[in-house]
Design a protein around this ligand. Structure first.
Ligand SMILES: [Zn+2]
Length: 159
């Protein structure tokens, strides 16, 4: 399944890059008519991925909705870590969650490139998921979640 909706980029207003799915009649910034636009619009590579296809990665998505239809600058982002099988581990108000269904259109912040470290990555992830500190009734879970991310990042810097 391909989610690529065809993102187009064009320049207007002193070479500002404008991204859209369909070219509007008027520039969204200066409101001038784009009928005689001098720069040719180009289609940009689709930046979003399905988490289940991104092993051993740190990924982000908007907390609500998706990047193309809902996300606004300064909206909250949700961060997840994928196992070698593409299962996403993340944390929210309900505690730690393992799933892949809600991560169909996300951005990869980091992906492990060392296949020899994948087993260690999964072990760190599994141990953290099993740890009772993830109980949603606890108020001090931010620290362990930070430890999870730091553990995964330490694999990045030592590999
Ligand atoms: Zn303009």
């Amino acid at each position: 399944m391909n989610n690529d909706s065809g993102i187009i980029s064009f320049q207007h207003c002193n070479h500002k890059n404008i991204y859209c799915i369909n070219i509007p009649t008027n520039c969204p910034i200066c409101k001038k008519c784009l009928k005689y636009m001098q720069n040719i619009p180009v289609r940009v590579p689709y930046p979003f991925v399905r988490a289940s296809q991104q092993s051993c990665s740190i990924i982000v998505k908007p907390t609500q909705g998706d990047f193309l239809n809902n996300y606004q600058l300064m909206d909250d982002l949700h961060i997840g870590v994928t196992s070698s099988r593409g299962t996403v581990v993340s944390y929210d108000w309900n505690g730690i969650i393992e799933d892949t269904d809600n991560w169909q259109e996300c951005l990869v912040v980091f992906q492990l490139n060392d296949h020899f470290m994948e087993k260690y990555w999964d072990t760190v992830l599994t141990n953290i998921v099993k740890n009772e500190c993830w109980n949603s009734s606890r108020n001090d879970v931010c620290l362990p979640y930070s430890v999870l991310l730091c553990s995964c990042c330490s694999i990045l810097f030592t590999s």
